[in-house]
Structures are given as structure tokens and as C-alpha cells.
Design a protein. Structure first.
Length: 568
């Protein structure tokens, strides 16, 4: 009976909530937004990766037979050869009102031979192509000047007056051997001119400054004797300089001993000294594995050599080194100042209106445009601090500035000032996340407040501090605008670190990967040739930032595991 009454009792009716009030639509929208964002990131990284790696992939060289009267002909030659960069549809053109719009396909061809053709890239209509072949005797010559040349080798003029024809079985091996010898001589020339002669020039500059300082004490017997000693040292250095310069000239003269004769696809016969050839290969003879090997060789050249041809050829090693040094110096400068400021604001400063105003200022400072920091760095670090250093310590070198001009030191400090709010905010949050019991337990054991901060709080907050440092490094490594005012240049002949005393030259200007991308993309005289280098350098900059961040994340994770038990 009780059971039947209970079964007949009506169940309470709960209010029915709409999907909007439940928030399901918003959940789906946020999930969709996240998915779209991830797809955009993957697409962007994939685009950079494909084009960046494609810049080093050796393409096949095609020989095109063109129709008579084609606008794509060069010097009215019936054939044209090059590497196909891309194929695309031209814009539709309406021929008449009675005809529909028609689309035509055009090819972008890298024809090289800029010194003969004027332009290294050509566009031609697919309708003008009669036949496309891939001859095995077409060679790509990587030159020191005017970019690559594409042609058919004919002969090699030897030093003894003989000629080695291209049909000879020993021709290709002999050509590669002579190119290797020429590259070795260029390396020896660079060692002599950049390091040996560079060290002599640095010593001579120091002697000139000492002589300038002694001219103010004319008439003094001691100063006159020192002047004679300096003149004797200068004469010894001048003699060494002349000997090294003569040795470098002799090596340069040997670069013209052998001459390669080749025929262009348009029929012109060209002669090129082997010493002007960096490398050569026959793209239509390469197997897949040989292409991969050549790809790795091109990547190594890109990472290890200096740029040439207005930064569109060669490598970017100075930019890699400059970016790395600047990022490390910025991290060394921003970390102690950011941590000290955060510790003071959180633990030592009396919480009041002034501290709240400082926190508001720090948060607002993170939103200031980067170019404003560049202007501040130029005015404060360069014109004020640098000029003061020159006045007190490098007065003999004036009016030529030493620290009173842009350099890697001022660039690092400018970026450190720009990223310090990120470190301060992250450090304060990390300190606040440390359990209060750890503070009180340390103080109860007799430790002072500073000992508690030094040995308990800061080590436990280290993962959060490194998180702020990672964010600062990621932002600072990619900044370009402030660097243009405080030290970055298009081409830096010397690195901030070398073998010349005092070995670390923080006053020198430097190259940066971000500025290198800007220069190639917007300032290059040959934008078509620079396009592939833009993607390659962008890929390298992303890789460098990722490597630096992964290293910092690895250290953060180790510290987090180390202090995980003490946080609970």
C-alpha cells in the first residue's frame, strides 16, 4: 500500500534551461576558435617550412623552345633555360564584348646570368612554349658576383696553356678539384685579411691613439722618447702589414689562373675565372639522394658563411651570432632587475598608493610600442651614457665615438628595458603562488626574512620566474624596430666576439635575423631573388627562438620537479 502511494506521488518538475543559459553554445564557439587558431598557426608554419626548405632544394633546369616573336625571348634567341619557380594563372582579360574572359597560364623562370640578361627572373606564357626538355649537360654555376649562371660548359683553360674539353671524361672531376682549390685560397685570403691584418690594424689604431695623447705633451723629453718608441712599433707593424697584404695579393692573382668557357642557352659564349665560382653541379643528372646531399650542403653554407650580393646570396652566420649574443645579454640584464624589483614590490615595499601606482605603471609599460623604447634607448643609452663613457675613458678617440653610437650593448639594454615588465609581473605571481606556510615555517625556524627569500621563496618560485624570462626572450629575439635605432646594421664585417683584445666588443654594431628579414623583404634591390632567403631566414629565426625557449623550459621543468614536494 505504501509502495503504491509512493509510486503515484508526482515527481518535482525541474525548470528547463535553455542551451544559451547552459553555455553550451559558448563552449562550442570557444572550441571552434581554438581549432581555427591552431589551423592558422599550422598553416603559417607549414608555409614557412615548405618555402624555407625549398630555397635550398636543387631544382631541375629546363630548356624551353619558344615561338617566333615571343615576348619572352632574350636577345631574340629561340631558346631559354632556367629553373621553374612557379606556375600560375594570369588575370582574366576580356578580348571583346562577344567573347568570354580567358585565363592563360604563365611560368616564372629563374634564368640566372644577371650580368648578361639584366634580370635573373622572367615570366613567360605557357602558350609561347613549343617544347620543354631537360638536357643533362646544363650546369648551374654558383658565382661570387651576379648570382648563379646557367649554361653548358665547353672547355677549361689550364695554367700551362692547354685546354680541357668538356667532352673529356676528366673534365668534371678536374673542374670540381680546381673549384675546391680556389675556395681554399679564398679561405686563406679571409684568414689573412680578416684576422691577421685585422689584428695589425687594431694594434696600429691603439698606437695612433697613444701618439695623439702624447702630442699634448710636446717638449717633454719623456714624451719624445715614448713617441720614438711608438714610431718604431708602428714601423714594425707597417712592415708586417705590407708582407701580409702582398701574400693576400699573390693568392688573389692565382684565382685567375684557370678559366671556364661556357655557352648560355641564348647562344652567348662566356668566360669565367674558376676563382669566381663557389660551386657547380648538373641539376638534371642528380639522383634523389644527391639532391638531398646538396640540400644539406646548401643549408650548412647558409648557416656558416657570411652574406654576399646584397644579402641575397651566401649565409647568415653573422646575423645568427648577433641575434644569439643580443638575446643572451638581454636575458642577463633583464632577469636580475626584474626579479629584484618584483621581490621588493611584493615582500618589502609598504603596500600603499605609491606601490599601486608603480604596479599600474609597470603594467602600462608592457603596452608601450617598441619603437618608443628604441627612441629612449637612442637618447639615454647612446647619446647620454655612451657619450659620457667616451668623454671619460675614450677621449683620445674623439670625435670618433666608441660607445656613443649604436652597439650590441645598448641594443640589449634597450630590449631588456622593454621586456622587464613581463619578468616583474611573472615573478610577482610566482612569489604569490608559494604557500604561506613555507614563509612562516622558515621564519619559525629562526631564519631572517632575506634568508627565507633567498633559500625558500625564490627557488620555489624559479619556474614562474623562468616563465617570465621565456616570454621576454621570445619577444626580445623577434623585435626589429628598436634595434634599427640602437645598433643593428645591414652588414657587419666583424663580430662582437673575436680573437682581438679585449675579445668582447660590446660597442660594435651587429646583424640580426629579424632586421635581415626586413632588409631582404623591403630593401633588397632584387626582391625576386630575396624572396626565398626571406622564408629561409624566417624559418631560422623561429627555430632559434624555439631552441632558446626549449632550453629555458627544460630548466624550468627540472626546477619545478625539484621543488614540487616543498610546495605542498
Amino acid at each position: 500500500m505504501l509502495h503504491s502511494q509512493a509510486s503515484q506521488t508526482p515527481r518535482p518538475v525541474l525548470p528547463r534551461r535553455s542551451r544559451r543559459s547552459a553555455g553550451e553554445a559558448y563552449v562550442w564557439m570557444t572550441g571552434m576558435g581554438l581549432a581555427v587558431g591552431l589551423l592558422m598557426i599550422v598553416y603559417l608554419l607549414g608555409l614557412i617550412l615548405v618555402h624555407g626548405v625549398g630555397a635550398f632544394w636543387p631544382r631541375r633546369a629546363v630548356l624551353l623552345e619558344l615561338k617566333a616573336g615571343s615576348a619572352a625571348r632574350i636577345h631574340n634567341a629561340p631558346a631559354l633555360a632556367g629553373e621553374v619557380v612557379k606556375r600560375q594563372d594570369k588575370e582574366s582579360h576580356v578580348i571583346s564584348t562577344d567573347q568570354a574572359a580567358t585565363d592563360t597560364t604563365e611560368w616564372q623562370l629563374f634564368v640566372g646570368n644577371k650580368d648578361v640578361y639584366g634580370l635573373a627572373f622572367r615570366y613567360l606564357d605557357a602558350a609561347d612554349i613549343v617544347q620543354a626538355t631537360y638536357p643533362a649537360d646544363l650546369a648551374v654555376l654558383e658565382r661570387l658576383e651576379y648570382g648563379n649562371a646557367i649554361g653548358t660548359p665547353l672547355s677549361l683553360d689550364m695554367l700551362d696553356g692547354g685546354t680541357l674539353e668538356a667532352t673529356n671524361a676528366r673534365f668534371e672531376a678536374r673542374l670540381h678539384a680546381l673549384i675546391a682549390e680556389a675556395n681554399a685560397r679564398w679561405a686563406a685570403i679571409r684568414r689573412i685579411e680578416k684576422y691577421a691584418i685585422g689584428a695589425i690594424n687594431a694594434s696600429m689604431d691603439r698606437l695612433r691613439l697613444q701618439q695623439r695623447a702624447l702630442t699634448q705633451a710636446q717638449g717633454d723629453a719623456i714624451s719624445e722618447s715614448r713617441q720614438r718608441v711608438l714610431e718604431e712599433k708602428m714601423a714594425v707593424l707597417q712592415k708586417q702589414y705590407q708582407g701580409l697584404a702582398q701574400e693576400a695579393r699573390a693568392l688573389r692573382d692565382k684565382q685567375d689562373d684557370h678559366v671556364l668557357t661556357y655557352r648560355l642557352p641564348t647562344g652567348e659564349i662566356q668566360r669565367l675565372a674558376v676563382g669566381q665560382i663557389v660551386d657547380t653541379f648538373f641539376p638534371n643528372r642528380l639522383t634523389w639522394w644527391q639532391r638531398v646531399t646538396l640540400l644539406l650542403h646548401h643549408v650548412w653554407v647558409f648557416l656558416s658563411e657570411e652574406p654576399r650580393e646584397a644579402n641575397t646570396e651566401g649565409g647568415v652566420f653573422p646575423a645568427i651570432f648577433g641575434t644569439f649574443v643580443m638575446t643572451v645579454l638581454m636575458s642577463l640584464a633583464v632577469t636580475p632587475f626584474g626579479v629584484i624589483a618584483a621581490v621588493y614590490l611584493r615582500e618589502y615595499a609598504t603596500q600603499g598608493v605609491l606601490v599601486r601606482a608603480v604596479r599600474i605603471a609597470v603594467n602600462n609599460l608592457a603596452g608601450v610600442p617598441s619603437i618608443v623604447f628604441g627612441v629612449f634607448g637612442l637618447g639615454f643609452f647612446v647619446y647620454l651614457v655612451g657619450a659620457t663613457i667616451d668623454t671619460f675613458f675614450f677621449s683620445t678617440a674623439l670625435p670618433t665615438p666608441t660607445f656613443g653610437t649604436g652597439g650590441v650593448l645598448w641594443a640589449s639594454l634597450t630590449l631588456a628595458l622593454m621586456t622587464v615588465p613581463v619578468v616583474i609581473v611573472a615573478t610577482e605571481e610566482a612569489i604569490a603562488a608559494v604557500p604561506r606556510g613555507m614563509h612562516e615555517g622558515s621564519l619559525a625556524c629562526g631564519a631572517s626574512k632575506w634568508q627565507t627569500m633567498q633559500r625558500i621563496v625564490i627557488p620555489a618560485a624559479a619556474p614562474g620566474i623562468l616563465t617570465g624570462l621565456i616570454l621576454a626572450m621570445a619577444r626580445g629575439a623577434g623585435e626589429v624596430a628598436p634595434l634599427m635605432l640602437v645598433g643593428v646594421v645591414k652588414l657587419a664585417p666583424t663580430l662582437p666576439v673575436d680573437t682581438i683584445f679585449p675579445y668582447i666588443h660590446l660597442e660594435r654594431k651587429f646583424m640580426h635575423l629579424g632586421f635581415h628579414i626586413y632588409d631582404l623583404g623591403f630593401q633588397s634591390p632584387d626582391s625576386e631573388a630575396a624572396q626565398s632567403m626571406v622564408f629561409a631566414t624566417t624559418l631560422l629565426l623561429i627555430t632559434l627562438v624555439v631552441v632558446l625557449n626549449v632550453g629555458a623550459i627544460f630548466i624550468r621543468d627540472r626546477l619545478q620537479r625539484k621543488y614540487a614536494t616543498g610546495a605542498f
